[in-house]
Ligand binder design. Sequence first.
Ligand code: GRF
Length: 209
Amino acid sequence: MSQKRKVAILISGRGSNMKSLIQAAKNQDYPAEIIGVFSNRADAGGLEYAANEGIQTGVISHKDFDSRESFCEALDSLLEEWGTELICLAGYMRIHSDAFAEKWTGKMLNIHPSLLPSFPGLHVQQQAIDAGVKISGATVHEVIPELDAGPPVLQAAVPVLDSDDADSLAARILKVEHKIYPLALKKFIEQSANDDADAAEQESLIWPQ
Ligand code: GRF
């Protein structure tokens, strides 16, 4: 792919999925470049890693705003300033305003530590253990206004062992998260490029031009 897509990553914490995306994007053939890392928390561990990688970082605290809408507007302005084309949520713990989610629908991915549509929301690994499932995993999905409900892009499964607690299951799932997020972003970008080409071809068939 000649033109790399400009991707911003949004985090709220340690950012291990962010790291796997940053590392993947170093590959010359990878179809995305990471142009910025944003956090709603100044103490997010991933910010320092991104800065050390020479990636611009931005912090806006949601606590400085009196509404979800105004916070998301400030975030949106920053992302536009960066020239963002696609957003990857990676442990980003804020719910978007509907306006923000609608604007970025089709351009925003998230990673979730279960096989959606099973176990959306929080305390996901505990939900899986409580349900007694024998397989869980991770899902990279498109983000739509409804939480954890957008179409999956890629999933990977892991076993749930009888001896697991939420932490041991989370660690097993996290390993596959790091593998599938870069693959899913690549797949998503290539798929969108194919869709654009198909649309252009269809338009060229419309008569009269
Ligand atoms: C991951 O388990 C991800 O699936 C979930 O939050 C966690 C973030 O971990 N959304 P990290 O910050 O990427 O290490």
